[in-house]
Design a protein. Structure first.
Length: 232
């Protein structure tokens, strides 16, 4: 049973109603009063009573636990460049290396391991963007390039996430948060170019040649987009 099914099958019973009263005087000064009314098994509200501090604390803790469970935490990975839990924005990089990739059959690209350039990943509000960078030390002024992949918009890095069926871990730390998004990208089937061709030559040809090494000369710069533009 997956997490969504569990949530749907939960039995919810009304337990209490919290009433907020507003008192406003002739000088537009406002005061608020809270009243708690228990709800019986018959669905009827009982008599009102003052709200206790314990009730407010338990209510606050419940909401805090649900909110914090979806926020990455723990040891900061070496590749993490930026994290803003308020905006749900995270930026990290992965150095050049190899990844196993899957392709739609009509692209005539064999599934297998291919060499990749350095990549910059950005997740913001459950949306993924990917950019490429050339080998070297990352600085705020590092130029960003179109990611050399199918399923990625060439001019802004926006990713069309494919058919990989994955669920975010219930207990999220930075490590498995990053792994989730990278796996979701690479375990999806690459199928189409979104927008214009993201490399200088034919993308399928460039990918096939990258089984040995990736040629950074194929990368196309995204005009005026530097790493520092993502870290704000």
């Amino acid at each position: 049973m997956n997490k969504l099914t569990k949530e749907i099958r939960k039995s919810l019973r009304p337990s209490a109603a919290l009433l907020v009263y507003l008192c406003e005087d002739d000088y537009s000064r406002r005061e608020y009063y809270l009243e708690l009314r228990n709800i019986g098994k018959n669905g009827m509200m009982g008599a009102g009573k003052p709200v206790s501090l314990n009730f407010i604390q338990s209510l606050t803790e419940s909401f805090s636990m649900k909110s914090s469970s979806s926020v990455p935490h723990g040891k900061i990975p070496e590749g993490l460049l930026y994290a803003d839990i308020r905006r749900k924005k995270y930026v990290w990089h992965s150095p050049h290396g190899k990844k196993y990739m899957y392709f739609k059959s009509d692209l005539n690209i064999p599934n297998g391991e291919y060499c990749l350039p350095g990549l910059i990943w950005m997740v913001e509000n459950e949306s993924l963007r990917i950019y490429a960078y050339k080998t070297g030390k990352l600085t705020p002024d590092t130029q960003l390039y179109s990611a050399p992949f199918f399923n990625v918009r060439h001019d802004d890095g926006d990713v069309c996430l494919g058919n990989a069926k994955m669920e975010m871990p219930e207990k999220i730390n930075f490590h498995n948060f990053i792994k989730f998004w990278e796996d979701k990208f690479f375990l999806s089937e690459f199928s189409q170019i979104i927008g214009s061709n993201p490399v200088k030559n034919n993308l399928a040809t460039v990918i096939k040649k990258s089984s040995v090494s990736f040629d950074n000369k194929e990368l196309l710069p995204i005009r005026k987009l530097k790493l520092k533009n993502l870290l704000q």
